[in-house]
Design a protein around this ligand. Sequence first.
Ligand SMILES: Nc1ncnc2c1ncn2[C@@H]1O[C@H](COP(=O)(O)OP(=O)(O)O)[C@@H](O)[C@H]1O
Ligand SMILES: [Mg+2]
Length: 277
Amino acid sequence: MTLLSIRNLEVQFKHYEGVTTALKKISLDIKEGEKVALVGESGSGKSVTARMILGLLSNSNIKKNGEIFFENIDLLKESSSQIKQIRGNKISMIFQDPVSSLNPYFTVHKQMLQALENHTKDYDKNTIEKYFVDLLKDVKIEDPERVLNSYAFQLSGGMAQRVMISMALINNPKLILADEPTTALDVTVQKKVLSIMKDVISRKKMSMLLISHNLGVVREFADKIYVIYQGTILEEGSTEKIFNSPGHIYTQTLLQAIPKIYEQLINAKLKRHQNTD
Ligand SMILES: Nc1ncnc2c1ncn2[C@@H]1O[C@H](COP(=O)(O)OP(=O)(O)O)[C@@H](O)[C@H]1O
Ligand SMILES: [Mg+2]
């Protein structure tokens, strides 16, 4: 069954010089339990797509057309209070930079509690800590009690991103949006975090939209891939089809760019001498 269906979504930003069309009538479907990737280079409209789904783009300078059906209701027609009920609850989000997405002043425990209490006050206080510990175990954190009482600066980038993933799971969402979730991490940590994310989402039978500029990153992860370029979906297909017989020349270019991107990441890593985990 289809969980999310974007139909002919057009988004324009009005500014002094004129109008930027960020999305040109894109359509995209995610079924229940399906892991879908949206891939394209920087500026192609990936983040705008995610922000539209979350109802985060709604001021008078933004013109939108089309539909975003989620569980058969059109999110574009919902009031902002109804969208707030859905965001962080039925649809949750994992952002790019985990360390700065966490609040530096609160422990992980406190932030998990806030994520929960944003949507329900009706939970069992005696078992909630165990629930959080189990969520951290779900993302393969071996010392969940320590992590629960830690602050962001005490966590490595990979660890912080795993915490963000478990926070995204708190309200048992139907759909998780992940916008370049591992771009800020070293290449070895990226792979580990993606594989942990894939496992937990598959086990919980959630749906996911993974956004990346790198086709190589989504290969192991996605069932289906959409390729976006300058606000237009150029091609969609199963991951196997996109990799084995890309239909569009732009997709072929993205495929050829994969080894180069990895090379750059590895070189950058050597330069930084960063800790990995
Ligand atoms: N708030 C905004 N106001 C004006 N233009 C924007 C805004 N957000 C995004 N854009 C423009 O929309 C296009 C797509 O941006 P974005 O979705 O962020 O790209 P990316 O694929 O890198 O995530 C870009 O041309 C960007 O400059
Ligand atoms: Mg982006």
